[in-house]
Design a protein around this ligand. Structure first.
Ligand SMILES: NC(=O)c1ccc[n+]([C@@H]2O[C@H](COP(=O)([O-])OP(=O)(O)OC[C@H]3O[C@@H](n4cnc5c(N)ncnc54)[C@H](O)[C@@H]3O)[C@@H](O)[C@H]2O)c1
Length: 448
């Protein structure tokens, strides 16, 4: 950077993305100043406590403590940083559009602080945001503030590895020099760097998430048809996934996608297309399939229990996926309300998300301290999140503790034959029968 006063990297918003970004940049050798508006979060980080659950982050923060600074005061950041990553949340509004109020607030604050920055948008923002921000800043005489789009693709639960070994880094800029300054921060990572215009960078992020969500809804529909026609979706998915044009990732059927990204990003892209006069039909179906998928568990419970009124259902897993405590748009939230509205009593357990559960679940949902406590006296156990500890669910202790030994496996985590042999009634997703499962690899050098 031209002024050379400071090489510290600024990170605004230290949630799942911001904290991982800060810790990883520090590990790559950069000084990092992090600013958040949540006093409890900053206090925890200053005291060496990690406010989110993300494997590996604690070690990384510890290792780089000397290079990391946490503050509530934007001036501390602007005094030392010339490249500022914006990592604040951009949740969906009722209309489906992304709520950019936090992003706009950060931009206004940075503009008011004075000075020259390159503002790097890591938050997921609708295509066209960069162009609008650029035009607004130019109109306010802030042409000296650079703007770069650098969307983030990390997955919660694997965020550190995803940041350090990304499939690609996307950098969209208006000025080549701004893009180069951002690319330089990543120079020690061995990966493809896509340099592009800002709108294309913004679209890459939305298109990638929408495609992955489409894959999930597609395999969920295939699973539902498998249930009708007696095929086994796990065999079908591996048979499909071996085709290199398709690939095996995101072909696991389940209770539908959730989390802080897919639901809101799919809706935002659909809304963005609609606002521009284009009806994105495919995404309408993707969203509808996903909404219905979360509810299919209820029918599977009723098949065995009849009415759910007065039934006690153990919900195993609340986080939207394993290895995170994030419950934003988790399938568990929808399922929990569906079960309650059918008159069931819900007892819930998650290995790490219990603090969020208390805040997000209705007061009449009972929280258990262990799997065994949750299933004791239950008429069914529903696996909602694919936590490793649920793999041993089909034990004699669990069977004996349950009022009805029924497992509804919303993640196909368990082996159907084993579970049934252990004396349970068992329902999963798209695996209705004892279908043949065998893959034989043939190739050069192997006996015919
Ligand atoms: N979580 C993911 O897996 C993921 C992956 C890729 C991209 N993203 C995108 O990254 C962005 C951040 O997501 P997240 O999950 O980290 O959100 P988050 O809610 O975990 O964190 C956002 C943080 O920003 C802080 N904040 C809000 N307004 C602020 C302000 N004006 N100044 C300073 N801090 C402020 C909040 O207090 C919070 O700590 C979103 O746009 C999201 O779509 C998320």
């Amino acid at each position: 950077m031209s002024n050379g006063a400071s090489t510290a990297v600024g990170v605004v918003g230290v949630g799942y993305v911001g904290l991982v970004t800060a810790a990883c940049f520090a590990d790559l050798g950069h000084e990092v100043v992090c600013r958040d508006i949540n006093p409890a979060r900053i206090e925890a980080l200053q005291a060496g406590r990690v406010p989110i659950y993300e494997p590996g982050i604690e070690r990384l923060l510890d290792r780089n403590r000397a290079r990391l600074h946490f503050t509530l005061d934007l001036a501390e950041l602007t005094a030392r940083c010339r490249i500022v990553f914006v990592c604040v949340d951009t949740p969906a509004m009722h209309s489906g559009d992304a709520d950019l109020s936090r992003v706009n607030q950060v931009i206004d604050e940075l503009a008011a602080a004075g000075g020259r920055y390159v503002l790097v948008m890591k938050s997921t923002v609708p295509v066209g945001t960069g162009q609008r921000v650029r035009a607004d800043m130019d109109a306010r005489g802030l042409g000296h503030i650079g703007y770069v789009s650098n969307p983030e693709f990390l997955r919660e639960g694997r965020a550190v590895g995803d940041f350090m070994e990304p499939d690609r880094i996307v950098i969209g800029s208006f000025q080549p020099a701004d893009g180069e300054a951002v690319a330089a921060l990543y120079q020690d990572l061995n990966t493809a760097v896509i340099r592009t215009d800002v709108a294309s960078a913004e679209m890459i992020k939305y298109a990638a998430n929408a495609f992955l969500a489409t894959k999930i809804s597609f395999i969920n529909e295939i699973a539902n048809v498998c249930e009708e026609v007696g095929a086994d979706v796990s065999v079908v998915a591996s048979g499909m996934g071996l085709d290199e044009r398709i690939g095996s990732h995101f072909l696991q059927p389940g209770v539908g996608y959730g989390g802080s990204c897919f639901p809101k990003d799919v809706r935002a892209l659909k809304q963005l297309a609609g606002n521009s006069g284009y009806h994105f039909q495919l995404l309408t179906a993707v969203v509808e399939v996903n909404d219905l998928q979360k509810r299919r568990v209820v029918g599977k419970l009723e098949r065995h229990l009849g009415s759910l009124r007065g039934r006690r259902i153990a919900m195993l897993g609340l986080a939207f996926k394993a290895n995170t405590d994030d419950m934003r748009e988790a399938a568990s939230l929808v399922l929990c309300d569906r079960l309650r509205s059918e008159g069931a009593t819900v007892v819930a357990y998650d290995p790490v998300a219990m603090e969020n559960a208390r805040a997000l679940l209705a007061a009449d949902v009972q929280l258990a301290g262990s799997v065994l406590e949750a299933v004791t006296g239950a008429d069914a156990a529903v696996v909602v999140t694919e936590w490793g500890e649920f793999r041993s669910l089909a034990s004699a202790a669990v069977r004996d503790a349950m009022a009805t030994p029924l497992i509804v496996d919303g993640r196909n985590l368990l082996d159907p034959d084993q579970v049934r042999r252990a004396g349970f009634l068992y329902e999963s997703v798209g695996r209705p029968s004892e279908a043949v499962r065998e893959t034989v690899r043939i190739g050069a050098g192997e006996p015919a």
